[in-house]
Write a protein that binds this ligand. Structure first.
Ligand code: DGL
Length: 276
C-alpha cells in the first residue's frame, strides 16, 4: 500500500479527460495534474521540442513525489513515450499501447482507424503498435488538426455548425474504408465522441486513449502493490503553466466539474529541471 499521489500530465488541459477516468477507477487515490497550458499545443511541434518539454513535465511531476506517472498526451506518448518510460524512475503509463490493445480486442473486421494530432500521426507510433500486436490489421491513421481548437472553443454539441462539417470532412474516409474501430488518439477527441458517432454510426467502436490508460494504470499499480489503502476520498491538485483567460471554463469542459486547487508553475523554472 502506497499513499503517495499518482501524477498525470499533458500538454494542456485535455489530459483532464484522462484524470477524470482515473478518478472514476481509483476514487481513493490522490492525483496531481500538470498541464503545460503556457506551451500548448505540442501536436504541431517537432520531435526535439516535444521531447524536451515532455522531459521537463515529467521531471516536474517527479518533484511532487508521485509514485507513478500517466502521460495523458497522445503526442508525448507517441513521440517520447518509450524514452520517458526508460528514463522515469517510477511506473510510467502512456496512452498508445493501452489504446492499441483495446482496439485489437474490439475489432471484428481488422480495419482500425486512428485519429490524432499531426505529430502523433507523423510518428507512426499507433500503427506500429497495432501491427506489432497483429500484422494482418489494416490500419489507417489521420491527423485532424482542427479538432483541438474546435473543442477548446466549445464546439462539442451534436449538430454544432462548425464541428459537424469538420468531423464529416476528416472522417468520411474511415466510412469509405469500412473502419469498425476508431482510436481517439488525442486527449481532446473524447469530447467529440457524440459527433463522431453521428458521422460514423454506432456500429463503429470508439476507443478513448485516456480511459484505456487509466485502466492500465489501475491494473499496474494493483499488480505492484502500489495502490493506496483508501477506497474513496482521493484529492486532486492541479499545476498549470498559464491559468489566464478562459482557463476555468475550458478546464471544466474537460473535467466535468469545477477545477479547484490550481497552482501556477513558472516555465523558466521548469526549463531548469532535468529528468536524468
Ligand atoms: N494533448 C495533445 C494530444 O493528446 C493535444 C493538444 C496538443 O496539441 O498539445 O495529442
Amino acid at each position: 500500500m502506497d499513499p503517495r499521489p499518482i501524477g498525470v500530465f499533458d500538454s494542456g488541459l485535455g489530459g483532464l479527460t484522462a484524470l477524470r477516468e482515473l478518478r472514476q477507477v481509483l476514487p481513493g487515490e490522490d492525483l496531481v495534474y500538470f498541464g503545460d497550458t503556457g506551451r500548448v499545443p505540442y501536436g504541431s511541434r517537432g520531435e526535439e521540442v516535444i521531447t524536451r518539454y515532455a522531459r521537463e513535465d515529467a521531471a516536474f511531476l517527479l518533484g511532487q513525489g508521485v509514485k507513478a506517472m500517466v502521460c495523458a498526451c497522445g503526442t508525448v506518448s507517441s513521440v517520447a513515450g518509450d524514452l520517458l518510460a526508460a528514463e522515469t524512475p517510477c511506473p510510467f503509463i502512456e496512452v498508445v499501447i493501452p489504446a492499441a490493445r483495446a482496439a485489437v480486442r474490439a475489432t471484428k473486421t481488422g480495419r482500425i482507424g486512428v485519429i490524432a494530432t499531426a505529430a502523433t500521426t507523423q510518428s507512426g507510433r499507433f500503427p506500429a503498435a497495432l501491427r506489432a500486436m497483429d500484422p494482418a490489421l489494416q490500419v489507417h491513421s489521420l491527423a485532424c488538426p482542427l479538432f483541438v481548437p474546435l473543442v477548446e472553443n466549445g464546439h462539442i454539441a451534436p449538430g454544432d455548425p462548425l464541428a459537424v462539417p469538420a468531423v464529416e470532412y476528416y472522417l468520411r474516409e474511415f466510412r469509405e474504408k469500412g473502419t469498425d474501430t476508431l482510436i481517439l488518439g488525442c486527449t481532446h477527441y473524447p469530447l467529440l465522441a457524440p459527433l463522431i458517432r453521428d458521422c460514423l454510426g454506432d456500429e463503429v467502436t470508439l476507443i478513448s486513449s485516456g480511459k484505456e490508460a487509466a485502466l492500465t494504470a489501475r491494473d499496474l499499480l494493483q499488480e505492484r502493490g502500489l495502490l493506496s489503502s483508501r477506497e474513496t476520498g482521493g484529492e486532486s491538485r492541479y499545476f498549470v503553466t498559464d491559468a489566464a483567460g478562459s482557463f476555468s471554463a475550458v478546464a471544466e469542459v474537460f473535467l466535468g466539474e469545477p477545477v479547484r486547487q490550481v497552482i501556477p508553475v513558472d516555465i523558466s523554472g521548469l526549463e531548469k529541471l532535468e529528468l536524468k
